[in-house]
Ligand binder design. Structure first.
Ligand code: NAD
Length: 308
């Protein structure tokens, strides 16, 4: 079986597949046109985010049996086109749970203590001790919207910081709720009006597209913080901008954007605001997450071939 790894994936993936008898080619910088010209030779294609697996690529992949993505979402793969011709699509949804949760903790602490702003101020030669009064997380309420893998991991860590946890989800893990003494609300507005920090961890679905618009932001507690490390399209950029400008929200931290990199005037204005902390979609960018993803995709592929 021939495997093409078309994006930069930790070397452990290729090693495990070779040890299991697969012939593996690693072409991490392959162009879209080159991919189209050689895909017909491979049984398995492995990608991260760079390579877009379009209907066209799938059509040319006459021998393809499996497409594997080292990552959570499948938005870069035409899953429907793959399924139509009986190609299995596999991913590694567990790989970045800890990485994203730890990034969110960093964002929450930085919003509360203004670490990013104090750092910028000192690096510009100033010593503005009085300016950097912050707030403490201890005793505050965290609202977790989407209590899946990442939402639960953030809640667990926030509990250790002395926070009270409110949860909104369409399905709820009662065991995790009880373990964290978390309270579930049945209307998202109730969570928004009571939380000092709101963190969003829902998938991007038609129902969650622009879930955070003017109405949701107007329900948020005055002076609260908002964090999004889920998907950019879950938030209406213009509405977030208005909520920040009106002072309803004291600060926001964003790892994801409606366009990546941000391109509209509204997105650019958001990025430039001092009370908005931004990172370029680095949620899963840790050594540990990438290495776990590489191992998981290799194992998933090896196991899938046992049942093909
Ligand atoms: P998950 O599937 O484990 O959890 C998602 C939760 O959202 C589930 O409990 C689900 O019931 C809930 N949900 C679905 N629709 C909902 C709705 N309409 N209202 C309320 N809750 C709803 O997913 P996860 O692994 O925790 O990932 C969460 C998000 O993080 C996803 O959007 C994923 O794409 C994103 N993510 C981002 C990065 C990054 O680099 N920033 C990395 C990994 C994942």
């Amino acid at each position: 079986m021939r495997v093409l790894i078309a994006d930069e994936v930790d070397a452990e993936c290729g090693s495990r597949l070779r040890a299991a008898g697969f012939e593996v080619d690693e072409k991490f910088d392959i162009s879209y046109d080159s991919l189209k010209s050689i895909i017909g030779q491979y049984d398995v294609l492995i990608v991260r985010s760079r390579t877009k697996v379009t209907r066209e690529v799938i059509g040319l992949g006459k021998n393809l049996k499996i497409i594997g993505r080292v990552g959570v979402g499948l938005d870069t793969i035409d899953v429907k086109a793959a399924e139509e011709v009986g190609i299995k699509v596999l991913n590694t949804p567990q790989m970045s749970t800890v990485a994203v949760a730890e990034l969110v903790m960093g964002m929450m602490l930085s919003l509360a203590r203004r670490i990013h702003l104090a750092n910028d101020s000192m690096k510009s030669g100033l010593w503005e001790k009085k300016k950097f009064h912050g707030t403490e997380l201890n005793g505050k309420t965290l609202g977790v919207v989407g209590f899946g893998r990442i939402g639960r991991a953030v809640a667990e860590r926030s509990k250790a910081f002395g926070m009270n946890i409110l949860v909104y989800d369409v399905i709820v893990d009662e065991g995790a709720l009880a373990r964290l003494s978390a309270e579930r609300v049945s209307r998202v507005e109730d969570l928004l009006s009571r939380s000092d920090v709101v963190t969003v961890h829902v998938p991007l679905l038609p129902e969650t597209h622009h879930m955070f618009g003017d109405s949701a932001f107007s329900s948020m507690k005055q002076g609260s913080f908002f964090i999004n490390a889920s998907r950019g399209e879950v938030v209406d950029t213009g509405a977030l901008l208005r909520a920040l400008k009106s002072g309803r929200i004291a600060g926001a931290a964003l790892d994801v954007f409606e366009h990546e990199p941000p391109e509209t005037p509204e997105e650019k204005e958001l990025v430039s605001m001092p009370n908005v902390l931004v990172t370029p979609h680095i949620g899963a960018q840790t050594r540990e997450a990438q290495s776990l993803g590489a191992v998981l995709i290799a194992e998933n592929i090896i196991n899938a071939f046992k049942t093909l």
